[in-house]
Design a protein around this ligand. Structure first.
Ligand code: FAD
Length: 416
């Protein structure tokens, strides 16, 4: 049996970051990263559309935790210790400069996820961290005689270490392995996906982006305001994808069949404002057709025509002839448009897993198991998931940092 100071299970961002932090504090440590597939950091490569949105420009931990539909409060301590500013400073110190775009998303200045991977891989190599691919952890045991965890990998070898960091993301088989070992797991379900809807509207709207809409799931408290992208199959863009996170569990329960309400004009706080604008247009544009004269600059003309059709306004109807009932129907479509979600958009893989290691079973100062001392967790394997915008990778950096610091302190009794 080979023994190590630290075994990291999972060659993703949380695993690499945890290994690097441990190596920094315990320079001579024998560390191995086990990766079941043939390549490490695969999700980083595709993250942020290949640009890697590695954090978010939000530096108040109390505000930051609000972008996590699950597990945010559990991150408060970790964000105080190692938050977005620390992340950006760490990457800068390791040769990678970053910038925040207008929406607050941090990217490497190269706009290339490969530059993030290079920093992590080069760092691991420089620190002498072994990285073994095609080395999936297939069984976990504990030997109380030597106080070692025993990890059996795909080729049958058994590895031992006092400290094991599980950073295996949402991998279902590995969550099962942890359940079998006695680690409580909250059932995993997908989060951050686009919606298929029964009738995405009129043909030809695909590709239209609306900067500010409010989406909600009637009968629940889930709602989200932001940019909406209309696709061939339904709705995508940050507003839809983030709504899927707030509604991840209820949507799973309904088999991804759920009513969806769209407020196309959320900047108009008062619904009367919409009716007033329609009334004013009825007078000022009396001789013009409704379909061809859109009084709302925020709505693209093609979308406006579609919404008129959804309100059963005939194409040739003039503003002067808009009855009270039709005006009301139009106002209602504009502010409370009703659709039905008919599925997750299979075109895009889910971004993150909601569910994972039950946070109640962990010491949240260290992300160490309360009942299995020496067993630590970081990243998406935790029952933590964030919205789009760099929050999920920030979860990886913060929890891996805190867990690795605690493991290193326990290993050497040093104060970091
Ligand atoms: C398309 C896409 C785009 C994304 N874009 C962004 C973005 O821009 N910003 C952002 O913040 N987040 C983004 N995310 C989410 C982010 O990538 C994940 O939250 C993050 O990768 C989680 O990191 P992790 O290290 O916890 O797990 P992972 O990245 O999932 O890594 C876990 C690793 O462990 C390995 N593994 C699993 N089980 C075992 C085992 N038993 N033995 C050995 N190895 C094992 C897996 O093969 C995997 O390589 C995106 C996700 C996707 C899918």
């Amino acid at each position: 049996m080979k023994t190590f100071d630290l075994i990291v299970v999972g060659g993703g961002p949380a695993g690499f970051f945890g290994a690097l932090r441990f190596a920094e504090l315990v320079p001579d440590a024998a560390i191995v990263i086990l990766e079941k597939s043939d390549r490490v950091l695969q999700k980083v490569l595709i993250s942020g559309g290949g640009r890697c949105n590695l954090s978010h420009n939000c530096h108040d931990p109390r505000q930051l935790v609000q972008y996590y539909p699950r597990g945010g409060k559990a991150l408060l301590n970790a964000f105080h210790t190692f938050g977005p500013l620390h992340t950006i400073a760490w990457f800068h110190a390791h040769g990678l400069r970053c910038y925040a775009d207008a929406s607050g998303c941090y990217f490497p200045v190269s706009d290339d996820a490969r530059s993030v991977i290079e920093v992590l891989e080069n760092g691991a190599q420089a620190a002498g961290i072994r990285v073994w691919t095609q080395a999936g952890a297939e069984a976990l045991a504990y030997d109380p005689a030597v106080q070692h965890y025993l990890v059996t990998i795909s080729n049958g070898d058994q590895l031992g270490a006092r400290h094991v960091l599980f950073a295996t993301g949402g991998n279902r088989l590995t969550l099962k392995l942890l359940t079998d070992f006695g680690v409580p797991i909250i059932a995993p379900v997908p989060s951050l996906f686009a919606f298929q809807v029964d009738d995405p509207g009129c043909a030809g709207l695909a590709g239209i982006t609306v900067d500010d809409v409010r989406l909600s799931l009637p009968g629940t408290s889930a709602e989200q305001r932001g940019t909406l992208l209309i696709t061939h199959r339904g709705f995508s863009g940050p507003a839809a994808i983030n709504l899927s996170a707030w509604g991840a569990r209820v949507l799973k329960q309904t088999g991804y069949h759920h009513p969806l309400q769209v407020d196309w004009l959320p900047e108009q706080d008062n619904p009367d404002t919409t009716r007033t604008i329609l009334n004013t247009t009825r007078q000022e544009a009396a001789a013009k057709t409704i379909h061809a004269n859109n009084p709302f600059p925020a709505l693209p003309s093609r979308l406006w025509r579609c919404l008129c059709e959804r309100a059963a306004i005939p194409a040739e109807l003039r503003w002067a002839d808009l009855s009270k009932a039709r005006l009301q129907a139009l106002a209602s479509v504009l502010r409370q448009d009703a659709y039905r979600i008919t599925g997750r958009d299979a075109h895009r893989a889910e971004y993150v897993t909601c569910g994972g290691v039950d946070l109640k079973s962990l010491d949240l100062r260290t992300f160490q198991s309360k009942s299995h001392p020496g067993l630590f967790f970081a990243g998406e394997v935790l029952d933590v998931d964030g919205l789009t915008g760099g929050y999920n990778l920030q979860n990886c950096w913060s929890t891996a940092w805190v867990a690795a610091t605690a493991m290193a302190q326990a290993a050497t009794k040093i104060t970091a």
